[in-house]
Design a protein around this ligand. Structure first.
Ligand SMILES: *Cc1c(COP(=O)(O)O)cnc(C)c1O
Length: 504
């Protein structure tokens, strides 16, 4: 069939399109070397995908919150060699949407209260589509100055919200892990230079493992990472930190950095950031705060006291894909003395264009390890422009309030011991009964989470702290509202009662 017939062009339309985009018309799909699509083909593919996405998102609350993930056989059946010829879109997209996407944890579900929930705001998906389809180069300022400025604006918004000074520079990353990595590089370069081995990093026993991994990537190996014990509220003990620093100095080592947590993954604990900041100032240590889970609560003025002295940190990990409800792959780092970040990453080459004034105009490749990259700033920018910051503050305040309410109700259930009430929007508990051993309680608590999750309305996961298994509830999905909290409390109450029958 002739191409024009196939795609149903009227004469007028053809003329208009020819003058609009002459190159599209030249690229008939019977040209074997062409990878271009016609305007109508683009529209057809886009409409197909958009239809599937809207249907998927609209039905997300009806899917079981933990999909069927026992999928070894499915994975084996998916292995194939690279296709030699293209296939129709429907054949490719059908199984993706109908079979494979649902075989996952339903992380965008309103009932997802597991781990640290992520988000997935729709405008961010649209932003990614725009970024990829227009494919401009945001690695260096000169190639897309206005787009890079948009990204600089986002970092500037983060800086103001976190109360950091004007000297701050930052970096958008793929997540908290990469933010921590770049923070440790800054501290290492600033405090140790090339003499890396004697450097010692301090963190708590409850730190996220990604910080330890980031340290290793930055050349600070496990034998130079001190895990400081925590107090009864799972916060880093500053007296123990001070003693550890003293002991290492006495042993001829060089303490250079403390990585504290503004919300741990286990129990949501916020380390005593103010006292740690004081100690770091007195001892000349770099203070990094891992705010991957908790830092965005700082944008709510009422909640700021929960994160005291966050603004005094030398560097701060943010995870917009958690606390700002963005899709996975959106992290950020702020560094108080932006020159430190630039000192690590700044570099020139004969083929690289510079910026007119590096102090005024941000250039991502001078502040981060990557050159070519996507355009993560557009995701954040578009969501904030379309919703406005006030809506994010209201959403975060609501998640915190829901967590406080859920903890009060679950904590009041017979047989529930609330071990970690919410410091932010996460709490942890276990089942208990008279005469129970810890092992028996661990088994019952673990069974409770499984039974609640199998009911399909909410998904819960736990953690083990000093041999004790804890159930956790973390409220951070933008879709979690009162209805899911009610479902969570009801399902926990029913299953806990069932598990406690005949015990104690
Ligand atoms: C999620 C998380 C991280 C790791 O961040 P990624 O975005 O998964 O790389 C680090 N610290 C805490 C407290 C977290 O919750």
């Amino acid at each position: 069939m002739h191409l024009l017939e196939k795609i149903g062009f009227g004469f007028e339309r053809m003329v208009r399109l020819m003058s609009d985009s002459a190159e599209l018309m030249l690229l008939a799909s019977d040209d074997p070397a062409s990878l271009e699509m016609t305007a109508d083909e683009m529209r057809a593919l886009g409409d197909d995908v958009l239809g599937r996405i809207v249907e998927h998102v609209a039905g997300i609350g009806r899917q079981p919150v933990r999909g069927d993930v026992a999928a070894e056989d499915l994975c084996r059946s998916l292995r194939e060699s690279a296709p030699e010829r293209g296939e129709p879109a429907a054949d490719v997209l059908g199984p993706l949407f109908d079979e494979w996407i649902p075989r996952s944890f339903t992380t965008p579900s309103p009932g997802y209260l597991a781990y640290i929930p992520g988000g997935g705001l729709f405008p961010a998906a649209v932003a990614d589509f725009i970024s990829a389809a227009t494919n401009r180069y945001t690695g260096v300022w000169l190639a897309a100055p206005a787009l890079v400025q948009i990204e600089a604006n986002v970092l500037e918004w983060f800086r103001t919200w976190m109360g950091f000074p004007g000297s701050t520079r930052g970096l958008l990353t793929t997540g908290g892990s990469m933010a921590a990595f770049n923070a440790i590089l800054c501290a290492r370069e600033r405090h140790l230079g090339r003499d890396v081995r004697p450097g010692v990093l301090y963190t708590s026993t409850h730190v996220h493992h990604s910080v330890v991994k980031a340290a290793r990537l930055a050349g600070i190996f496990e034998d130079r990472v001190r895990h400081i014990p925590v107090d009864a509220d799972f916060r880093m003990r500053v007296d123990a930190l001070e003693a550890a620093v003293r002991a290492d100095r006495a042993a001829g080592l060089r303490p250079f950095m403390v990585a504290s947590s503004a919300g741990t993954t286990n129990t949501g604990a916020v380390d005593p950031l103010d006292q740690i900041a004081d100690l770091c100032a007195a001892e000349g240590l770099w203070h990094h705060v891992d705010g991957a889970y908790g830092a965005f609560f700082h944008i709510c003025e009422d909640l700021r006291p929960l994160l005291p002295a966050l603004s005094r940190a030398d560097s701060l990990t943010l995870d917009p894909h958690k606390g700002l409800f963005l899709p996975y792959g959106t992290g950020a780092l702020l560094v108080r003395d932006g020159a430190a970040l630039r000192a690590v990453h700044g570099m020139s080459a004969g083929y690289l264009p510079g910026t007119p004034d590096p102090d005024e105009f941000y250039d991502p490749s001078q502040y981060g390890p990557e050159l070519s990259r996507g355009f993560p700033g557009l995701r954040i920018w578009l969501c904030l422009k379309l919703f406005g910051a006030a809506r994010f503050r209201a959403a975060l305040a609501e998640k915190r309030a829901l967590a406080v309410q859920a903890a009060a109700r679950i904590g009041a259930l017979p047989g529930v011991m609330m071990v970690a009430p919410p410091q932010l929007s996460l709490f942890a508990f276990h089942l208990t009964w008279p005469g129970a051993t810890m092992e028996e309680e661990n088994g019952a608590t673990s069974a409770l989470l499984e039974r609640v999750t199998v009911r399909g309305r909410v998904m819960l996961t736990g953690c083990t702290v000093d041999g004790r298994f804890l159930g956790r509830v973390c409220v951070l999905s933008f879709r979690t509202r009162q209805a899911q909290i009610d479902a969570c409390v009801d399902d926990v109450a029913a299953e806990a009662a069932g598990l406690l029958v005949g015990r104690g």
